[in-house]
Each structure stands twice: as C-alpha cells, then as structure tokens.
Design a protein around this ligand. Structure first.
Ligand SMILES: *Cc1c(COP(=O)(O)O)cnc(C)c1O
Length: 230
C-alpha cells in the first residue's frame, strides 16, 4: 500500500472510532510518528495532507526539521535527556514525554527567552513497567504541582505508552486509567495546568484509545511501514 493510502485508512479509522463513541473527529489529531524514516517520506506524507509529525530522537529530529522547509508541526515524543533539551528549543509545538521535575526545569530554563511558554504533557507509566519511562500514577499529582510552578511552561495533558498487548481490548483499562488520572488532576484547578490533551494509542490500538478519550494518537508503523529499529 502507498503512504497516501495508509494515511487515508488511518483517517477513516479515526472517524469510525469517533462515530462509534459519539465524538467529533476534529477533537482527535493524528501524530504521524516518523522516527527513523527519511525526509522524503515525511514530505510524501505532507503532500498527502499530513501536517503533524512526532519524532523520538533529538539529533535525528533536528536534522530533519532543518532539512524540511514546509510549515509542519513537530511534537517530541521520545525519552529526553536534560542536556539535549536545548536543541528542541523553539522547534517543538508539544513535548509529550516529560516524566521528571529536573527535565521540566530544564525545559523551563531553555524556553525562558522565547515568547511562548513550552507546551508539555506529563508521561505516566500507567502499567508500571520497569522498561518504560513515565512517572507513576501515585507520584503524578506531586509532580504536576511542582512543575506547574515553573513560569515558562504549560502542562496541557497526559501521555502514556501502555504495555503491549496483541488484543487492543486488553489495553483499554490502561487508557481508561490515564483518562481518570487526567480528570483527577483537572479537579485540582492548578494555574498553568489544563488537561486538554490525552496522548495515547498507536498503530494497533488507536481506535480503542479514541473510545477512551485520546485527543492525540501517535501512529508510525501503520503509516510509514515497519521500522528497522525503534
Ligand atoms: C514509535 C512510537 C510510536 C509509534 O508506534 P507504532 O506502533 O509504530 O505506531 C508511538 N509512540 C511512541 C512514544 C513511540 O516511541
């Protein structure tokens, strides 16, 4: 299948999932995860109408963003070391993967000289897997409270990478838990914190994620094909 056809299939899948649960399809945005994929494929996706892309590796991302002149929206979704935050400054519309205070503080420091605050999501390790990043559900509130005091960033929601399950139905409870956590945080009514975005769902489970409230689905393989590495 062509990349264009893949995108059409995903968009149709998003609409179907929205219709099934009575949501407006405009409330769900597709993040095309282009990590490890060449600039030529990103341009091909852009030509097919895709404007929002997600990348996971800082150097790779910066090289691609500089090579592409199109007005694309870039989200950073990968594990992030504090000493690399400076390379993202001004290039990303949203960082999905903030999982600790020291990282948030460095983003705050780097964004201090820009006009707009950094928009971030807090990553939650909802399945509490040792192999995955993310704060725990238990520590989330404390982290959000501390990060919300940083002046140059805004917490816009939560992100999760749940355990992998063949059957997307088995992932549903994790998506539901993330939504529940977002509702709990929303009720705290903290300044600078808005639970507008739920970043959850990937190639094989985005439909279930949408039914559970996802506003950003991060889809790589189903658009660009298999990756040789992750
Ligand atoms: C790679 C990646 C994705 C995309 O996964 P696919 O299964 O290829 O759709 C989504 N989210 C994150 C955080 C990723 O690293």
């Amino acid at each position: 299948m062509s990349l264009k056809a893949n995108l059409q299939t995903i968009r149709a899948g998003i609409e179907t999932a929205c219709r099934r649960c009575g949501r407006d399809p405009r409330t769900v945005r597709l993040v095309a995860v282009s990590k490890t994929k060449p600039v030529s494929l990103i341009e091909e996706a852009a030509a097919a109408g895709q404007t929002l892309f997600g990348e996971s590796y800082v150097q790779e991302f910066v090289a691609k963003a500089e090579a592409i002149a199109l007005p694309l929206e870039w989200h950073f979704i990968g594990a992030l070391q504090s000493n690399k935050v400076k390379y993202l400054r001004g290039h990303t519309a949203l960082i999905h993967s903030v999982d600790r205070y020291s990282l948030a503080a460095e983003i705050d420091r780097q964004w201090a000289s820009l006009e707009e605050p950094a928009a971030i999501l807090i990553q939650v390790n909802i399945g509490e897997e040792a192999s995955k990043s993310g704060t725990t559900a238990k520590e989330l509130e404390e982290l959000v409270r501390r990060v919300s005091l940083l002046p140059h960033l805004r917490i816009r929601g939560l992100m999760t990478l749940p355990p992998y399950c063949e059957d997307p139905e088995e992932v549903r409870p994790y998506f539901r838990s993330l939504r529940q956590l977002a509702l709990t945080i929303e009720e705290l009514k903290l300044p600078g914190v808005a639970m507008e975005e739920l970043s959850m769902g990937m190639s094989h489970d985005f439909a279930v994620a949408i039914e559970e409230g996802a506003t950003l689905v991060r889809v790589g393989t189903a658009i660009f094909g298999e990756r040789e590495r992750n």
